[in-house]
Design a protein around this ligand. Structure first.
Ligand code: SAH
Length: 189
């Protein structure tokens, strides 16, 4: 895994998704070298780049032009620019012209109607044995994503991760907690 500090970052763009979470997303996705992956809400490019190192191709989508610019810098830095197509667009519009997806990652969407539509479209474009993975910080996104997968007859696996990092002080090691983040994923048959 790439260290968080090895990404070029910007105060205007969220990410990268923390190293340990990227690790879990990759592991749960069961990504292989034949897979077409789409990353909706690529942000800084954290998940895009890790996926690009393992998959056949990644399509990275973000509605924020600053995120696309930053992901472009990061894919170059990490030598995976040949494997990544960048699309500056809303996830909903972008998904309309993409087919045969093996893994769809939804890392940005907000909750409510946008999330509903993104999940509806992404699931409809998955190949047999395709996987959908949502990373969520908001309680609302977690609940909406779980409901949607159930509605589509996908039985979701839901995990929530609370990472704490140790900071070495003079009088001992102090653990500091990161935000809890949920990884919700499912497979279609
Ligand atoms: N996984 C990323 C961080 C994602 S942050 C990383 O590792 O760097 C979430 C991103 O989702 C933001 O950049 C935001 O612009 C984008 N986003 C939110 N809603 C979106 C939508 N409807 N379509 C496309 N991108 C969206």
């Amino acid at each position: 895994m790439i260290k968080d500090s090895d990404f070029i970052t910007s105060k205007d763009v969220p990410g990268p998704t923390k190293e340990e979470i990227r690790c879990l997303v990759l592991c749960k996705s069961q990504v292989s070298s034949d897979d077409l992956v789409i990353d909706i809400g690529c942000g800084t490019g954290g998940i895009t780049i890790e996926m690009a190192k393992k998959a056949k191709k990644v399509i990275a989508i973000d509605k924020n032009p600053k995120a696309i610019k930053l992901t472009k810098q990061n894919i170059k830095k990490h030598g995976v620019d040949e494997k990544v197509d960048l699309i500056e667009n809303d996830g909903i519009s972008a998904l309309k012209s993409i087919e045969n997806i093996d893994i769809a990652i939804v890392g940005g969407s907000g909750s409510g109607t946008d999330l509903d539509e993104i999940l509806e479209l992404a699931i409809s474009k998955l190949k047999p044995n395709g996987r959908i993975i949502i990373t969520a910080i908001l309680i609302d996104t977690k609940l909406d994503a779980i409901e949607k997968l159930k509605q589509k007859n996908i039985s979701p696996e839901i995990i929530e991760v609370n990472i704490s990092r140790g900071h070495i002080l003079q009088r001992g090691v102090m653990m500091k907690a990161e935000n809890p983040i949920a990884i919700i994923h499912g497979k279609i048959f």
